[in-house]
Design a binder for this molecule. Sequence first.
Ligand SMILES: Nc1ncnc2c1ncn2[C@@H]1O[C@H](COP(=O)(O)OP(=O)(O)O)[C@@H](O)[C@H]1O
Ligand SMILES: [Mg+2]
Length: 255
Amino acid sequence: MAKIIAFYNNKGGVAKTTTATNVAGVLSLQKKKVLLIDGDPQGHTSLTFGVDSDDLQTTLGAYLSSNWTASEASQYFIKINDFLDVIPSNQSLSDFIILTSSEDPKIRNKHLKNFIESVKNDYDYIIFDMAPAVDIILENIVEIVDDLVVVATPETYAVKNAETTLKITDDKQVTVRHIVPTKTQMNTKTHKFMLENLQEVADSHHINMTKTYIPNLIAFSEAVSIYELPLALVNDKRYLKAQEYYQNLVEELGY
Ligand SMILES: Nc1ncnc2c1ncn2[C@@H]1O[C@H](COP(=O)(O)OP(=O)(O)O)[C@@H](O)[C@H]1O
Ligand SMILES: [Mg+2]
């Protein structure tokens, strides 16, 4: 039975997609079967693997709108390697969100649950890369997630949003175990100071800030731009050191 993980913050640009795609990459290299689902209409999850989802018909929004199950859709999943499948998203996910907004919450919040049910036994992990939004997709995730991980950068706006995010998850009674600091520059006073603030936010909500910080490295965007892959899956000796951060994170999160 797959463990369901979501990487979330209601702020953009904090490395949710980078974290979701790299964690999925690391797990696939460990021969764990992973289904990585783009929960953001911006479509960055598949773009990380070189697939522009703009004109695709085979996306999460289309499946949910047509009441398909994941097993019916599985023939169209993007197969990255033997262990990693991706479901892309695009604007049709926003259309779905608008379309379902007037439904009774009991029905509206169960679409993802119904969708993934049929493939839960086919995967070890189902990973959601979330949008920076408080929307129906978040409500749907709340119904099914085993581990919601908050991703945050050590700067004022993101720390503020980490606090807001944890208030949202508290309200919705989702258990969050970890905040992951990303894009850290520990040689700066500002990031050291803001990490202390982030730790306080974590403490006040009784959750852990991971000991693994993901440093600010150009390698993460270079991998996507040049290799059309998350760094974890690039086969280039130059990246071995940088690849260790997400390997360590996966270990620390206990996956
Ligand atoms: N550790 C990192 N070091 C440097 N740049 C990063 C790192 N992680 C992510 N980025 C870059 O920051 C930007 C935002 O990351 P992204 O994963 O798209 O965030 P989100 O999904 O939260 O909006 C992207 O350009 C990405 O390449
Ligand atoms: Mg993103």
